[in-house]
Each structure stands twice: as structure tokens, then as C-alpha cells.
Write a new protein. Structure first.
Length: 85
């Protein structure tokens, strides 16, 4: 019980749900879970697909950057990283 109370006390600023909702912010995980399903599930979980960890991470990074409108930023960062190596 003590650790539960300590957790609630340490994180009380993150639990102001009424304030967040009044600001129009989402306080549930459903939106994030649905986004993960669309971004990851529709690409990586197709029939017959097998992925390495490296390959799946690369595809997820590409899909996230494309779907968020930051595709060009991804490639610029990728090019900068390769130059530095």
C-alpha cells in the first residue's frame, strides 16, 4: 500500500485528467493503441511475413515518419548520420 501511495504522490501532476480534458487533450490509451495497430499491424502482420528485429524496426521508423508527415526529415537525419560515421 505504501508504494502505491508513493507512486500516486510522485505522479499526481500527470493525473489531472479533468484539466487535460478541458484543454481538449486525450487521456485514454485507445487512440495510441489504434494508431499502433494501423502503423505496425497493417504492415508487419500480413500473411506469410517474417521479420528480423532490425528489419521490423526499420520499416516501423519509415512508416511512422511517412504517416506523420516527417518523411523528408527522416531521410535528412539518416543522411547526416551516415556522413558522421
Amino acid at each position: 500500500m505504501r508504494s502505491c501511495v508513493q507512486y500516486l504522490h510522485r505522479n499526481r501532476d500527470r493525473m489531472r485528467y479533468q484539466l487535460f480534458e478541458a484543454q481538449g487533450l486525450c487521456t485514454s490509451s485507445g487512440v495510441v493503441e489504434a494508431g499502433c495497430k494501423v502503423v505496425v499491424g497493417t504492415r508487419l502482420k500480413r500473411a506469410g511475413m517474417h521479420w528480423t528485429l532490425r528489419g521490423s524496426n526499420a520499416i516501423i521508423a519509415l512508416r511512422c515518419s511517412r504517416l506523420s508527415g516527417r518523411f523528408q526529415d527522416f531521410w535528412e537525419h539518416h543522411a547526416d548520420t551516415r556522413k558522421a560515421a
